[in-house]
Design a binder for this molecule. Structure first.
Ligand SMILES: Cc1cc2nc3c(=O)[nH]c(=O)nc-3n(C[C@H](O)[C@H](O)[C@H](O)COP(=O)(O)OP(=O)(O)OC[C@H]3O[C@@H](n4cnc5c(N)ncnc54)[C@H](O)[C@@H]3O)c2cc1C
Length: 379
């Protein structure tokens, strides 16, 4: 009988896994021993890291998108039919159109979503760049900005832990390039007692901020925003006035995870080495949607996906898992308009950001294009 592999979510993780399985299980697919289906909720695949460049007019919107079918191997059945309920007791996924997909193996890769609506005044009073509409509005606000107080306000949890730092450094250079540095003050707020969740990155940012004259306030947990008075207030009773507020809204997991009772906040309890949903042996979880306390990043999702491809292929062909995920993450960090650095780390080795260089910045720009090969599994 054909073994059915169902992947919910056709973003970075879901697409890489579907394509990787096709590569590794070619003969099983030809013999009809397995089938691979992706259940998605969007026709367009978006390269989210490219959103960082939109507010500064440094990337075309068109370059962020490809047709979802075009990035999937032709042997994958793609269903544009949002999942409404994942039933792990009965090995099935229900979708909006009323269909039920039974599976032998399931991969949950439904990512995360922005929840500005959970903070009073955030939707009205703040800008963000974490979705296309927000990035477009921020681009317009920056074009009209002629000096004043800018606050970059970080809320947790959120994906890409370095993007708030990147936008701050790029903002500093943008303001300088527009001749507004003398009449602009940038302040960065962070919810815990240092500038970043990863301690070495926090120390490194501290020094970089000092060099650049960027101010900061830690222990700033956003309570509310008064859009009319342009004041952001924290639970710690700090009130900051702003002319332009750039926020990283708090995130939650996908609605379907909450609706299926699979994890608080939409984060699925996941074994950090096997990437199996806790308590199951045929449900893998990948990318932002896991509850593993590591960076929610595309590179995390990619390294996890590679592990799942190997394990799922081995389970199908040999009846056993192949290897463990070691927590590997690699992130480029833009440190301004022309320079960049990177961090690489895993569960046991902490990150250590090196001195910024133009070469790493160019690597990041190159990767922005190479992504389309990488997501197809060609890189
Ligand atoms: C501005 C910005 C900059 C970033 N920069 C970087 C960077 O430099 N480096 C880096 O490594 N990462 C970066 N990231 C993070 C990276 O994009 C995400 O961590 C990555 O996309 C996570 O992959 P994923 O597959 O888990 O989720 P996603 O890629 O978000 O995919 C989830 C998919 O599931 C779909 N879905 C949700 N619910 C359902 C449902 N009910 N039914 C069917 N489908 C559903 C979604 O529509 C989506 O297509 C950045 C993100 C942003 C926003």
């Amino acid at each position: 009988m054909t073994k059915k592999i169902v992947i919910v979510g056709g973003g970075l993780a879901g697409t890489i896994i579907a394509n990787g399985l096709c590569r590794q299980l070619g003969s099983e697919l030809r013999a009809n021993e397995i089938s691979i289906a992706v259940i998605g909720n969007t026709e367009q695949h978006m390269y989210q890291p490219g959103l960082l460049y939109i507010p500064f007019g440094k990337m075309r919107e068109k370059d962020l998108f490809r047709d979802q079918r075009s990035v999937l191997d032709r042997r994958v059945a793609f269903h544009l039919d949002p999942a409404t309920k994942i039933d792990v007791s009965n090995n099935s996924v229900a979708t909006e159109s009323g269909k039920t997909f039974d599976y032998d193996y399931l991969v949950i890769a439904t990512g995360s979503r922005l929840r500005p609506d959970t903070v009073p005044g955030m939707s009205e009073g703040a800008h963000w760049f974490y979705d296309l509409d927000g990035a477009r509005k921020l681009r317009e606000a920056l074009e009209n900005f002629d000096g004043g107080k800018i606050i970059v306000n970080v809320n947790a949890p959120h994906k890409c832990p370095v993007a708030p730092l990147e936008v701050t450094f790029m903002l500093r250079d943008y303001i300088q390039e527009r001749g507004l540095a003398d009449k602009t003050e940038i302040t960065y707020t962070y919810p815990i007692g240092r500038l970043h969740s990863l301690e070495p990155v926090a120390h490194w940012s501290d020094a970089e901020f000092t060099k650049s004259g960027i101010k900061s306030e830690v222990f700033f947990n956003t309570k509310s925003i008064d859009a009319e008075k342009k004041i952001i207030s924290s639970e710690e009773e700090s009130d900051l006035a702003y002319d332009l507020l750039i926020t990283i809204p708090p995130h939650q997991g996908a609605q379907v995870i909450t609706d299926s009772d699979l994890g608080a906040g939409g984060w699925v309890p996941t074994n950090r080495e096997s990437l199996l949903r806790e308590g199951t042996n045929n449900v893998f979880v990948c990318g932002d949607t896991t509850n593993i306390p590591i960076s929610k990043a595309g590179s995390t999702a990619h390294f996890e996906a590679d592990t799942i491809i190997d394990n799922l292929s081995s389970l199908v062909s040999e009846g056993r898992m192949a290897r463990k995920y070691d927590g590997k993450v690699f992130c480029f960090i833009e440190t301004g308009s022309h320079n960049g650095t990177y961090i690489a780390f895993n569960y046991t080795n902490p990150p250590n950001p090196g001195p910024p260089s133009q070469m790493v910045h160019w690597f990041k720009l190159a990767y922005n294009r190479l992504y389309w090969l990488s997501v197809r599994g060609l890189l």
